[in-house]
Design a protein around this ligand. Structure first.
Ligand SMILES: Nc1ncnc2c1ncn2[C@@H]1O[C@H](COP(=O)(O)OP(=O)(O)O)[C@@H](O)[C@H]1O
Ligand SMILES: [Mg+2]
Length: 386
């Protein structure tokens, strides 16, 4: 071999060493990367799962998480329900089964098997109470209410509410009345208070007049029309706003802090009077609570009563907007979107704004915050009444 070939060989070898070193460095880099991934993975594995994660894991297996043992176990309720046959034989069950088997097979068994305990008789099931159309129990409290002579019962009115039972009553001329009968154990004081509030509101013309009262019931004019839940409304006009505002002012004037948010059952449309009416003065906040809130809100007690009344009637507006524009569009209506509409758009918002109480209305401010939070994702081009 000559010197040049030898030199070439050396150069080649040096080149290949360099390449191998390069590859080695690359492999080392990859190794480091994989090692760090592996470390993170192990860390995750070692991390204790949270209780929520454990619960979810147990649920996946059809078990429940026991916070004492910190392990999954079978649900106690299911254990009780499961028939003993289906259960895996525990020691005692197996023993007693074996005993009864030997007893029946050979009477001459060495050890007499203990007598099986008599099974406790199943408790007699309570008789099902008479139920109404929708499965709700229907009480009949008419014996509590001795209506005056000349009046007669004419069937139930609407759905039995939380507190009262309301019946239709006819006078001699066939004029219709509503009779609200309270439960036998409702306090006399509360009954008197409700009838008194009903009287005040009846005198304001935004609620039925009281015509007679007993100890556990009273008779009032009948609202001939549907409750808000069943009203089929296509358009909300200034007339509606005016009537709802009248209700709000009547409540505030009588210092009645209406507390029943279930307006869909307690606001009715009187087809004879052609106007909105409010019924049911059974849930009222005490005056002391109102003074406290007024202090917190830094407003007068009169304004606090107005705010409370408008808050209730804003719920009516929400329900009406829902009916007219659909639940999916509610957030584009002034009340659902929490914005003040143009003057020509009928809304209680204008009234509250005039009174300087708009920002204190919780629904309005919640919806407003919601719209602001959504920001650019809020499609303002769809807004109704801007
Ligand atoms: N004056 C009335 N005229 C017509 N229906 C009435 C009248 N008062 C009550 N009702 C009907 O009876 C239902 C229950 O009356 P309500 O006073 O709201 O009782 P509760 O205190 O149990 O909620 C109402 O939702 C309505 O359908
Ligand atoms: Mg009611």
């Amino acid at each position: 071999m000559d010197c040049t070939t030898l030199q070439n060989n050396i150069l080649k070898k040096q080149q290949s060493i360099k390449e191998k070193q390069k590859q080695l460095a690359q492999h080392e880099l990859e190794l480091k990367k994989t090692e760090s991934i592996y470390k993170a993975c192990m860390k995750k594995l070692k991390k204790k799962p949270t209780i929520a994660e454990m619960r979810a894991e147990c649920k996946k297996q059809g078990l429940v998480y026991d916070s004492k043992t910190k392990k999954c176990r079978e649900s106690l309720r299911r254990k009780k329900k499961a028939k003993p046959v289906a259960k895996p034989a525990t020691k005692s069950v197996a023993k007693s089964a074996a005993k009864s088997a030997t007893k029946s097979a050979t009477k001459s068994a060495a050890k007499p098997a203990p007598k099986p305990k008599p099974k406790p008789k199943p408790k007699p099931k309570p008789k099902p109470k008479p139920k109404g159309k929708k499965g709700k129990k229907q009480l009949d409290r008419r014996p509590l209410c001795p209506i005056p002579d000349g009046f007669k019962w004419d069937g139930r009115l609407g759905q039995t509410g939380k507190d009262g039972e309301t019946w239709k009553v006819l006078d001699e001329k066939g004029k219709k009345y509503a009779c609200k009968i309270f439960s036998a154990n409702k306090s006399e004081k509360l009954i008197k208070k409700e009838i008194n509030d009903q009287r005040k509101m009846g005198d304001s013309g935004v609620s039925p007049h009281v015509v007679w009262e007993g100890n556990k019931c009273f008779l009032m004019e009948m609202v001939n029309g549907p409750i808000l839940r069943n009203v089929n409304i296509k358009k909300y006009t200034e007339k509606d706003v005016k009537e709802l505002t009248e209700i709000a002012f009547a409540l505030a004037k009588a210092q009645i802090a209406y507390a029943d948010g279930n307006v869909k059952m307690n606001v009715m449309y009187d087809l004879d009077k052609n106007r909105w009416m409010l019924i049911d003065f059974g849930m009222i906040y005490p005056h002391s609570k109102m003074t406290k809130i007024a202090k917190k809100n830094k407003i007068t007690i009169e304004k606090q009563y107005l705010l409370n009344a408008f808050n209730i009637l804003m719920n009516v507006e929400i329900l009406i907007m829902n009916k007219i524009y659909g639940a999916q569009n509610l957030n584009y209506t002034p009340i659902g979107g929490g914005f003040v509409p143009k003057k020509s758009f009928p809304s209680l918002i204008h009234k509250l704004n005039e009174l300087g109480l708009l920002e204190l209305n919780s629904m309005f401010s919640i919806y407003k915050k919601n719209r602001e939070r959504k920001g650019k994702y809020y499609d303002s081009s769809k807004m109704i009444g801007m």
